[in-house]
Design a protein around this ligand. Structure first.
Ligand SMILES: [Zn+2]
Length: 104
């Protein structure tokens, strides 16, 4: 297995209601094509277009690529969302934002 794409600034998440959220910022210590990679924790609290808010990932953060001892988020990552109107949902990665760097 070649690994999965590393999510960077400009990538997007998709929630189970069809809402999207864009990754606004990433690490300044590890970048791909000048876009900062999304370190796990940075995806928490992103607001989706239909008002979901992302919570910490429960699936697939990198085990071998870390920045400051924190794993980076992968295209195969996912987790729950909270939403007071539509009810709780889940999020997945819609676009990693880059295709050059993969990790496990
Ligand atoms: Zn949603």
């Amino acid at each position: 297995m070649a690994g999965a794409g590393v999510v960077v600034q400009g990538g997007s998440l998709l929630c189970s209601h069809g809402g999207t959220a864009t990754v606004a910022s990433g690490s300044t210590r590890l970048t791909v094509g000048s876009k900062g990679v999304l370190v796990s924790g940075g995806e928490i609290g992103l607001t989706f277009s239909e008002s979901c808010v992302s919570a910490a990932p429960t699936a697939a953060v990198a085990t071998k690529l870390t920045v400051g001892k924190m794993p980076v988020l992968l295209a195969t990552s996912g987790g729950p969302t909270t939403n007071s109107q539509a009810g709780a949902g889940t999020w997945t990665v819609q676009s990693a934002g880059q295709t050059k760097l993969t990790a496990k």
